[in-house]
Design a protein around this ligand. Structure first.
Ligand SMILES: NC(=O)c1ccc[n+]([C@@H]2O[C@H](COP(=O)([O-])OP(=O)(O)OC[C@H]3O[C@@H](n4cnc5c(N)ncnc54)[C@H](O)[C@@H]3O)[C@@H](O)[C@H]2O)c1
Ligand SMILES: [Zn+2]
Length: 365
């Protein structure tokens, strides 16, 4: 097992990455919670096969274990589920010293983390990350949120976990589409920071899709280290550095919003968004023409989409959604654009005509 430290103003924490970690949950959690406290395991039915091991390991270390099941899908990130979990905590007598153990992907940790940040004005929580996306991204950095009808992640908090446990063996049961979609975010880390990771993905993409755990563990470690470093230096996204994690996301949010979150999962939208960003960078002469091609080859090899042709979307509709995105600053669109594999810069004031051209090139009307 490898441990990656993360700095946070609300308390530093560690990410544990490895295999066969679930039977050690109790021992790992003992490092951050006192024995005897109550712990609420928050999860979903897909995670049922792992819960017995986790609960038994926690009980053995003297924790009082309870459990709470969320519905599957983004629908779990709602006010109704926040209140249902809060009431469940209250009914079991949870106090400030007690905690939550979120077992699942980004949906579970976003909702459970947000509940932890507001229940009794804040209790602590642990993320047991069970999707590739959660292990490389959402379990790290303390962003928690629920959705509103008006948009995703509009109500939330910065509330870092007390510990993250990423056992790559749990990815064995993850549906292939989820694995492949998460690779969109993994490739993102390669482009923004890590040429060696990018090359490794070019060589080992197939192995990863076959769920070779040694290859996956290497990738999780590389990405978790990058994310841990970025959020340690720029916890609240105020210094510019954390914003580079949004590579491909300005376009992706425009596409997802225009599709009303149907038809593409997030990582797939990010893949298309990265294609658009790389093409935009090449158009603006910020990078070599070869970069978008190389990136496209890798995205296609990892079974990710690179165009929106099949969706019949209008460029202006996507642009309008992009302008509404909360990640724009002071009314202007910001793009994270690649200079070379491993290096990106943040660019503002890009002519909308250029952006429209890129959207059309990728298949918008
Ligand atoms: N907080 C952050 O920093 C951050 C970053 C990125 C994304 N997110 C959020 O994360 C969410 C997406 O997370 P996700 O991609 O992990 O999706 P998810 O949490 O919805 O999980 C995907 C599906 O896989 C199932 N699942 C999870 N682990 C499994 C396993 N080991 N075996 C079998 N099935 C399993 C889940 O039950 C679900 O059906 C979005 O809501 C997004 O907004 C948050
Ligand atoms: Zn993302």
């Amino acid at each position: 097992m490898k441990m990656i430290p993360v700095k946070s103003s609300k308390g530093n924490y560690k990410i544990c990455v490895g295999q066969a970690l679930l039977p050690k949950t109790g021992a790992l959690v003992s490092g951050v919670f006192s024995p005897g406290v109550r712990l609420m395991i928050v999860s979903q039915k897909n995670l049922a096969p792992y819960l017995k091991t986790i609960a038994a390991s926690l009980s053995k270390k003297g924790f009082e274990v309870h459990s709470h099941t969320l519905p599957d899908g983004e629908i779990a990130k709602s006010g109704a589920e926040l209140f249902r979990l809060s009431r469940a905590l209250l009914a079991k007598g949870f106090e400030r010293r007690d905690g939550i153990v979120a077992v699942g992907g980004g949906v579970v940790s976003d909702l459970a983390g947000f509940a932890a940040s507001v229940y009794l004005r804040g209790i602590r929580y642990v993320n047991v990350a069970t999707t590739l996306l959660a292990q490389v991204d959402s379990s790290i950095g303390g962003k928690t949120a629920i959705d509103l009808q008006e948009g995703k992640n509009l109500v939330g908090s910065f509330w870092p976990p007390a510990l993250v446990i990423s056992d790559v063996q749990t990815l064995r049961s993850l549906p292939l589409r989820e694995l492949s979609a998460s690779l969109g975010e993994v490739i993102k880390y390669g482009v923004i920071r890590d040429p060696a990771l990018f090359r490794f993905l070019e060589q080992s993409g197939k192995k990863i899709l076959r769920k070779d755990l040694a290859a996956i563990e290497k990738v999780v470690l590389a990405c978790a280290r990058i994310k841990a470093g970025v959020v340690s230096r720029d916890e609240f996204e105020t210094k510019g550095e954390r914003a580079i994690l949004n590579y491909g996301h300005t376009f992706a949010h425009g596409i997802e919003g225009s599709l009303e979150y149907q038809g593409l999962v997030h990582g797939e939208a990010v893949a298309i968004g990265m294609m658009m960003a790389a093409q935009l960078a090449a158009d603006l002469d910020l990078c070599d023409e070869a970069l978008p091609w190389r990136q496209m080859k890798l995205l296609v090899a990892t079974k990710l989409p690179v165009s929106i042709k099949r969706f019949n979307l209008k460029a202006d509709a996507i642009l309008k959604t992009m302008m509404k995105d909360k990640k724009k600053s002071q009314g202007t669109l910001r793009f994270v654009l690649p200079r070379r594999i491993g290096q990106v810069t943040i660019e503002k004031n890009i002519p909308l005509e250029k952006v429209r051209r890129i959207l059309r090139l990728a298949g918008a009307k």
